[in-house]
Design a protein around this ligand. Structure first.
Ligand SMILES: [Zn+2]
Length: 648
């Protein structure tokens, strides 16, 4: 290494150090403006995260399906990171706390504080008998119960496929874990955990942890205690429960599917390539550390496509199409085993640290397994969804940035395609700057360095800088001045560099839509069968073109397309929601009953929100409300909140 490079390195190292400084210095560490103390490091938590940290939690709970209730004790093993605080503050949401004890201090007094804007629960503030001592370990026992918590979906036997047993599944991301038990409910905190869960026989149960034993309950007849353990530290949002008539069927050596027995064979067939996906992603990154990979196909009310709970990825049954075209979601969720679950976002302002990197990894797998065209079409379609969402927010909206403000709001409001697709484009842009192989090397080092930790964009940038200087000292300075980090991370609206993802299939598919429009419903284009030969993602380009050109589309054109492709009667939900929102906007009424039953057949927000939105935007708010009232008991509580915002 010669002196010139050394000088550059010193300069850049100085630059990197100043980022650390900017990041760590806030005017204050806590903000009181919500009426409850909120740490700046995660403004969606009410816990004093800077004073004390959970290192392990142990849940001893019973699931009561007759009352939709969880009762039990949360035990928090904590270490003080500073001396002096005379209270422990935790996040709760709708939880009734009966008693709090500490191992050496005995029973402790507590109060519940309510923030001015109640969006993410309440603060449980526990008074300590002695101030915290840095480095000292504490064990808190909190007896509590919670009924119909916002993370939980309790289904009656009638609402399940096999109709034999009730069913429970939980969804903690982003800030709902605090409704299952008292927690330091922030991704800033990662801990191991264990649990004993009591449940009536023959209900079976899985957690995002390894089952260690199942024994009959010593006093409750016909009840069992399931014990679990997770030895890799995880953030609270990855805690989950699924219970009901659910069974596991292994597919490969490490991979399996969990669901009600009714359709499990069909699910296993559709997901038969899980092991291949896992190996492909593992080869690209670093070894998979979680043991087995199992995917739970949930009842249709699950509000998302997938959720990356370790050991038990949750997935909507809408990903099971019959031709493996929907399993993209599975690849995405497996990719979270590295980005998100191993290296975790520091707080909900840095969602792209999870999602942007995961989409990048997911598309590397598509590239390896499906070729360049596949990668480009996915990225092109992803960009369409990004533009839809950014236009929906308005291009000047805070939520079009990769570092939005979420204080005093539900962080779910900022969840959109922005952290996924703008985040992906940022990583893809870095690839164009440093090269594909170099970026892969960087990502592997990044995973090794930050595994089991939570980081933000500043740490990402620092490490990128450090890695670049070390591994490409000749060009580091030039590359670093080229990247406009501030515009990418903090800027609102369009990405500062527009990447080109077009491939011949894009204009060909758009031309087909144009031909339908110019024929004005009088005839079909001569090559109309082309649509039946292209991939699902390419089909969505056709539908997107119609949606982007609604002013040129009329009911005669819609009727012609519907005749040719039977889209109103499609069973592929990815096509259905896109088609229905176009037909509603155009004023085509012939398929309103299909739309009606579609909204009651699936609770996946990505699919139902745009359809409700289209109804509201075409003066059919009353109809939207009527459908929502009919189905709101079927939807998950998270979906109810989101759809209410649209239809009210
Ligand atoms: Zn994701």
């Amino acid at each position: 290494m010669n002196l010139k490079y050394k000088a550059i390195i010193l300069l850049l190292a100085g630059l990197a150090a100043s980022f650390v400084l900017i990041n760590s210095i806030h005017k204050k560490e806590y903000d009181d403006s919500l009426g409850v103390r909120v740490p700046y490091v995660d403004q969606t938590s009410y816990s004093n995260l800077l004073e004390i940290k959970t290192t392990h939690f142990h849940l001893d709970i019973q699931l009561d399906f007759s009352l939709n209730q969880i009762n039990g004790t949360q035990t928090l093993f904590m270490t003080a990171t500073r001396s002096g605080a005379s209270h422990l503050d935790l996040d709760i949401d709708g939880i009734q706390v009966q008693q709090v004890r500490e191992e050496s201090q005995g029973e402790l007094k507590f109060v519940v504080n309510y923030p001015k804007e109640v969006v993410t629960g309440e603060q449980l503030s526990i008074s300590l008998k002695e101030p915290l001592i840095k480095g000292k370990q504490y064990i808190f026992y909190i007896d509590y119960s919670v009924q119909n918590s916002s993370a939980s979906s309790w289904l009656t036997p009638q609402q399940t496929a096999s109709k034999i047993l009730p069913y429970l599944f939980t969804q903690c991301e982003s800030t709902y874990c605090r409704s299952l038990a008292p927690f330091q409910d922030s991704p800033y905190i990662k801990s191991t955990y264990s649990a004993n869960v009591t449940v009536q026989d023959p209900i079976n149960i899985f957690l995002s942890a390894n089952l260690t034993s199942k024994i009959p309950h010593p006093t409750l007849k016909d009840y069992s205690i399931y014990s679990f353990r997770m030895d890799i530290p995880i953030p609270s949002y990855l805690f989950t429960i699924v219970a009901g008539n659910v069974v596991l069927q292994m597919i490969g050596e490490r991979t399996g599917v969990i669901s009600e027995p009714t359709h499990i064979q069909a699910y296993a067939n559709e997901l038969s390539d899980l092991e291949l996906y896992l190996q492909t992603l593992e080869n690209y990154t670093i070894p998979y550390t979680w043991g087995n990979y199992q995917i739970v196909i949930l009842p249709p009310s699950f509000p998302f496509g997938g959720m990356e709970n370790p050991l038990v990825t949750f997935a909507s049954p809408s990903i099971i199409v019959g031709d493996k075209s929907g399993v993209q979601v599975a690849i995405h969720e497996i990719a979270h085993s590295w980005f998100g679950n191993l290296v975790t976002l520091l707080n909900w302002r840095n969602v792209w640290i999870n999602e942007g990197l995961t989409v990048y990894l997911e598309r590397q797998a598509n590239l390896i397994l499906g070729g360049e065209d596949n990668y480009l079409i996915d990225s092109y379609v992803g960009n369409n969804t990004l533009m839809d969402d950014m236009n929906g927010y308005g291009l000047n909206s805070n939520y079009t940035s990769l570092h939005p403000f979420v204080k005093g709001t539900n962080p779910d409001d900022s969840f959109s395609n922005v952290p996924y697709e703008k985040g992906f484009q940022f990583v893809a842009y870095l690839e164009t700057v440093v090269g594909k192989e170099f970026l892969q090397g960087f990502l592997r080092s990044y995973l090794q360095k930050f595994k089991y930790q939570s980081i933000d964009h500043v740490t990402f940038r620092e490490f990128f800088t450090e890695y670049l200087i070390l591994n490409n000292p000749r060009k580091a300075s030039k590359i670093l001045t080229q990247i406009n980090w501030d515009a990418w991370i903090n800027g609102v609206g369009l990405p500062p560099v527009i990447l080109n993802f077009t491939t011949p299939i894009v204009p060909e598919t758009q031309q087909l839509a144009k031909d339908y429009i110019s024929l004005n419903g009088t005839a079909s284009p001569s090559n109309y069968d082309f649509f039946n030969q292209i991939t699902l993602n390419a089909k969505t380009i056709f539908l997107q073109y119609l949606f982007d050109n609604l002013s040129s589309v009329n009911t005669a054109i819609i009727q012609r397309i519907d005749q040719d492709y039977q889209l109103s009667n499609s069973t592929n939900m990815e096509l259905q929601w896109r088609w229905y929102r176009v037909t509603i906007k155009v004023g085509y009424n012939a398929n309103i009953e299909q739309i009606h039953s579609f909204l009651g057949s699936i609770g996946r927000l990505k699919m139902i929100s745009p359809v409700y939105q289209a109804l509201v935007e075409t003066n059919q708010k009353a109809l939207a409300q009527q459908y929502f009232n009919e189905y709101q008991n079927f939807y998950h509580p998270i979906a109810v909140i989101a759809i209410k915002k649209i239809v009210q």
